[in-house]
Design a protein around this ligand. Sequence first.
Ligand code: 9L3
Ligand code: MG
Length: 156
Amino acid sequence: VLAAMQAHLDLLAAAAQRRAEDVVQVVGAALVDGDRVLVAQRGGGSLAGLWEFPGGKVEPGESELAALVRECREELAVEIAPQAFLGEVPLPGVVAGGEPGASTLRVWWGRIESGDPVDHEHTELRWVRADELEALDWIPADRPLLPAVRALLARL
Ligand code: 9L3
Ligand code: MG
């Protein structure tokens, strides 16, 4: 009986481990300069042409903020300093085999410490004011974060 229970526990632990690995977390950066925030138009894939806060997937074993800094370096060729957490939304369609809704997009306010953004992965980069945000054709996941970004721009 004990051996059977142990085998069952092992199976449960393995399943939990698999789920944890299937959950992909995505981070995005709302990079602010004065009264403007940097927005980026995706170049390829199913979301081509839509606007987003630049960023990407957190790699296994990587911290969220390390991923944020790395993604901005890779996509924009800038060094950033994360300032504060702005908000998170569920990210449908990113999980492969994990629980639906387990993945989230977490967006952080950041400042550019060095470099001028270059569109290494995007079709276009644009610095926009708070009143220009709504009209852009956003990735559905990013749009619910706009009030938080507008509130940030309003208080800076
Ligand atoms: N995604 C959505 N909004 C964002 C970002 C940075 C990413 N602001 C989605 C698009 C992809 C997934 O997350 O489905 C992974 O992003 P990436 O690694 O392709 O940039
Ligand atoms: Mg990306």
